[in-house]
Every structure is written in structure tokens, then in C-alpha cells.
Ligand binder design. Structure first.
Ligand code: HEM
Length: 496
């Protein structure tokens, strides 16, 4: 322990010297302001259990471009629409690569994952495969039937709960729906039944990964500790990744076996087939490791985020019954009584769209986006951002900034009825999907899924809290994604 302490002191002295040198770099360029760092730990202790909230408070004191020392690392926190525009759009080139937390590098995930690898040829190829083969307008339209099928299962589950008087666990039901949709698009099969334990197990894996990869990790701040893994984060992430890769290996092996045995079903018009074809054409450029890591990316990035958004939206609507009623009224006016919403209806449901925007403003599921880093020393609004600094865009803080939004803490979807502000990466006061070239790859799918899921839950049901529960708990649980600390469990009643 003494040795570790001595090493930490030496490292912190070296970091201090480097810091001072950086301060003197170039006339007129100074580092951004920030809270005074403590010896060795820097500002780590200020992060607390909910770093997005602590950073929002600190930014109110130190400004929208704020510098922190996190152990031996330098981090810059962005907390205003103008500075977010600079990082995500105007100076995207300098900030488009990721700062990779150690947990994302377990089992070499970062090298093979589209979400973590640096911008370059390989990243472009994988993004293009996803866009063209899974998320293009044409592909999205072709997958509409599949999504409607999954939506019917969700509605069926709600109906069962109505009949038996049971509560629906909204996050879990939305997660299973998103998981099955993703699974079917990728593998032409369902992963889990609604309410079954296998969906629960996969949900535990995904939320475990999200929590651990987002959690402040001492080995990120003091790389010398990496081998020791003091919080056990890397070991746990390895176990989770290992479980996912074992499942993917089995599915891939089975597919390859069946194909080589001459089974050429047309049902294999799925994403796995496309990825394996790519791998057969170019096994050195697009390896099986890329295939498995992309599958992991899509499951992790695409399920928890989508279901978390639906759960937060429902929680806000239950707390605001007049808004719930207004949304239901719109749905029942635009759609006929027994009609299940179609994706083509979304454009006519302006209040529903406003509810989703307002939910993203108050509850962005990735509150600090995915971390970026400065690829070189860069000037940002007159400040020097040192090479390799971790960049966090605090989209949660921007969403709740009283200088940007009137009544910022209140849930008021109406604020979006009169503006053209949306979340596709052009309006930097609302960036739940990030922006620039690294904007969320799954945005078109997420857009459709959150709207149709929420509409199906709202249109034909009244909801009440379980017996004995007095109010909706809005406590947040921080990780890479921001989830409700306590699941929303509510009892439906069919409106006749
Ligand atoms: C409500 C749902 C979702 C939210 C809020 C969300 C949010 C985000 C954010 C903030 C980023 C980082 C963007 C940046 O650095 O500027 C991201 C990246 C990403 N998202 Fe999503 N996402 C959602 C759904 C999905 C879905 C459904 C998929 C897959 C089908 C997906 C796949 C990805 C991937 C692969 C990346 C990494 C892109 C890259 O680094 O090039 N996401 N997402």
C-alpha cells in the first residue's frame, strides 16, 4: 500500500508540473477555469454519486467550459448550447474520437466496437454497413411489420395485466420489447417472452454494463492501478461481456453449421447474415471479432436507452395527469378507437412528439453523452483544451439550465409546440443523441420505437399506482445511462 501511495504522490507531482507547463503554453491561451484540485485526487471527490448533477452545480460557478483534474487525467466539461455546438459540430474534427474508459477496453471491446474505436476507415465501414443494411429509410420501412408484431406483444402484456389487475413494470416491458425487436432484426428469432426470466437476465447484463462503464473508476484516473482493478469493475465487466460473447458465438456457430449443411432458408434475411457475408468477403478487414462487438454495441446501446426513455416519459405523465389526458385525447382523436398506432401516424401526433422531446430534455438517458477526447491541443472559445483531455458534454445540465429554458425543472411539453427545436443534432440546447459525425447511429430506430411504445401505453388505458404507493419516485441511478432508481410499476385499466 505504501508503494502505491508513493507512486500516486509522484504521479500527482508529475501531473502538477505538466499542468503548470500547459498553463504557460502559447500567449493568450489559458486553460479553462475549474474548481481547485486537491493533491493526488484532484477533483474526483467532487463527482459524488451523481456526477451529472455535481458537474451541473460546479459549472454554475466555473462556467460552461470547465476544467477538472481527475487523478492524473484532465477532463473538460461542456455545459452550454454554444460550447456544445463548438465541440459536437464546429470543431467536430478535433473532438470526434472517444475517451475510452478502461471498462470499455475489456476483452479488446474498444478496438472492435463502432462506439469506441477512433474515427477512421474501419469505423466508416462499420457505420456504413449499419446505416445501409439496418437503419436506412428503406430498411427501416421494411422492418415495420416486425416492430408492429413486437408492439402487439407489448399491448398483449398490458391487456393481460388489465385482466388480472397486476401492475406493469414499464421499464422491463419496454426493455423486453426493444430487446426482442433488436434480436429479431439481427437473428430472426425472439430473445425472450414479456415477463420471462431470460429477458430479466439480459436486462441485468445490459444495465450492469451501462452502470459499470459509466461509473467513476480509479483505474481510469490512476492508470498505474489498472492491474489491481481496485473497485472490481473490470472483472465484472469481463464477466458480462463474456456472457454476451458466449451467446453470440453459439448463434454464429449454429448459423455457419446450418449453412454449410446446405440449409439456405430465406428467413436469413437478417443483419447477422449481412455481417457474416461481409466477413466472408473481407475476413481481414471485417473480422468475426468486429461482428461480435458490433452485436454487443447494438444490444447495449439500443435497448436500455430506448426503454429508459419510455419509462421516464410514463413516470412524468403519471405525475402530470392533465398532460396524460391531453396526450390520450390527441391519440384518440387522430387514431380510431381500436387502431394500433402505425409509425406513419407519428408525424400527425404533435403533442406526443412534444412529450418525447420534453422527456429527452429532463431525462436524457446518456446524460454526459459518450465521452469524447481532444485529439490534439485545441483552442475552444479562447481556452486551450489539452491533447487527450476527456470531454464530457453535460446534456443533462443544458436541459435543466434556467438561462436556456423557462421553468426548466417543470415538465411542460407545450414548450415544444411552438418551436422547431428537435433532437437530431442541429439544436444544441437539446442533444440527447449527441451530434456531429458521432451522432447516435440508432436515432431513426429509437425515434420510431419510443413514440410507438409510448402511444400504445397511453391511448387505451388509465393507469394508477400500485396500492400503498403514494407518488412516483423520480430518483435517478447514474451510469453511462441514467435510469430510474426505482422501477415504475403501474396498474392499467382498459378504457371502453
Ligand atoms: C432513446 C434511445 C437512444 C439514445 C438517447 C441514444 C443516445 C446516444 C448518444 C448520446 C450517443 C453518443 C453520441 C455522441 O457521441 O455524439 C450514441 C451513440 C451510439 N448509439 Fe445511441 N441512443 C439511443 C438508441 C440507440 C439505438 C436504438 C441504437 C442501435 C440500433 C444505438 C446505437 C448507437 C451506437 C452504435 C452509437 C455509437 C456511434 C459512434 O460512436 O459512431 N443507439 N447514442
Amino acid at each position: 500500500m505504501d508503494l502505491i501511495f508513493t507512486l500516486l504522490v509522484l504521479l500527482s507531482l508529475a501531473a502538477g508540473l505538466w499542468f503548470r507547463r500547459a498553463l504557460n503554453r502559447g500567449p493568450g491561451l489559458k486553460l479553462p477555469p475549474g474548481p481547485t484540485p486537491l493533491p493526488i485526487f484532484g477533483n474526483i471527490l467532487s463527482l459524488g454519486r451523481k456526477p451529472h448533477q455535481s458537474l451541473a452545480r460546479l459549472a454554475k460557478v466555473h462556467g460552461p467550459i470547465m476544467l477538472l483534474k481527475l487523478g492524473t487525467r484532465t477532463a473538460v466539461v461542456i455545459s452550454s448550447p454554444e460550447s456544445a455546438r463548438a465541440v459536437l459540430h464546429k470543431q467536430d474534427q478535433a473532438f470526434c474520437n472517444r475517451f475510452v474508459p478502461d471498462a470499455a477496453g475489456v476483452l479488446d471491446h474498444d478496438r472492435n466496437s463502432v462506439a469506441w474505436m477512433p474515427v477512421g476507415d474501419q469505423w466508416r465501414v462499420i457505420r456504413k454497413i449499419c446505416k445501409d443494411k439496418m437503419l436506412s429509410g428503406q430498411r427501416m420501412d421494411a422492418g415495420r411489420g416486425l416492430r408492429m408484431e413486437k408492439l402487439k406483444n407489448l399491448v398483449g402484456h398490458v391487456e393481460e395485466c388489465c385482466a388480472s389487475g397486476r401492475a406493469v413494470d414499464i421499464g422491463k416491458a419496454a426493455f423486453t420489447t426493444s430487446l426482442n425487436l433488436m434480436w429479431t432484426s439481427l437473428f430472426s428469432a425472439d430473445a425472450a417472452e414479456l415477463g420471462s426470466s431470460s429477458s430479466g437476465e439480459f436486462r441485468d447484463i445490459v444495465s450492469g454494463i451501462m452502470e459499470l462503464v459509466g461509473k467513476p473508476n480509479m483505474s481510469d484516473y490512476f492508470p498505474i492501478l489498472r492491474g489491481l482493478d481496485p473497485q472490481g469493475i473490470l472483472r465484472s465487466v469481463e464477466a458480462y461481456f463474456g456472457k454476451c460473447f458466449a451467446v453470440f458465438d453459439e448463434i454464429i456457430d449454429r448459423r455457419v453449421e446450418m449453412k454449410s449443411a446446405g440449409d439456405d432458408r430465406t428467413v436469413w434475411n437478417d443483419m447477422l447474415e449481412t455481417l457474416l457475408e461481409f466477413n466472408r468477403e473481407d475476413p481481414s478487414g471485417f473480422t468475426l471479432d468486429h461482428v461480435k462487438n458490433l452485436l454487443l454495441d447494438l444490444f447495449v446501446a439500443g435497448t436500455d436507452t430506448t426503454s429508459g426513455t419510455v419509462e421516464w416519459a410514463m413516470a412524468e405523465l403519471i405525475r402530470n395527469p392533465n398532460k396524460l389526458q391531453k396526450a390520450r385525447h390527441e391519440l384518440r382523436t387522430v387514431l380510431s378507437p381500436d387502431q394500433l398506432i402505425q409509425e406513419s401516424d407519428i408525424s400527425r401526433l404533435t403533442y406526443l412528439q412534444s412529450i418525447i422531446k420534453e422527456t429527452f430534455r429532463l431525462h436524457p438517458t446518456l446524460p454526459l453523452l459518450l465521452p469524447r477526447k481532444a485529439t490534439k491541443d485545441t483552442e475552444l472559445n479562447g481556452y486551450l483544451i489539452p491533447k487527450n483531455a476527456q470531454i464530457m458534454v453535460n446534456t443533462w445540465a443544458i436541459g435543466r439550465d434556467t438561462e436556456v429554458w423557462k421553468d426548466a425543472d417543470k415538465f411542460i411539453p407545450e414548450r415544444f409546440m411552438e418551436t422547431d427545436i428537435d433532437f437530431r443534432g442541429q439544436h444544441f440546447e437539446l442533444t440527447p443523441f449527441g451530434g456531429g459525425r458521432r451522432i447516435c447511429l440508432g436515432l431513426p430506430l429509437a425515434y420510431r420505437m419510443v413514440h410507438i411504445m409510448l402511444a400504445s401505453l397511453v391511448k387505451d388505458y388509465e393507469w394508477k399506482l400500485e396500492e400503498g404507493v403514494m407518488k412516483v419516485d423520480m430518483e435517478e441511478k447514474f451510469g453511462l445511462s441514467l435510469q430510474k432508481a426505482i422501477s415504475l410499476r403501474i396498474v392499467p385499466n382498459k378504457i371502453v
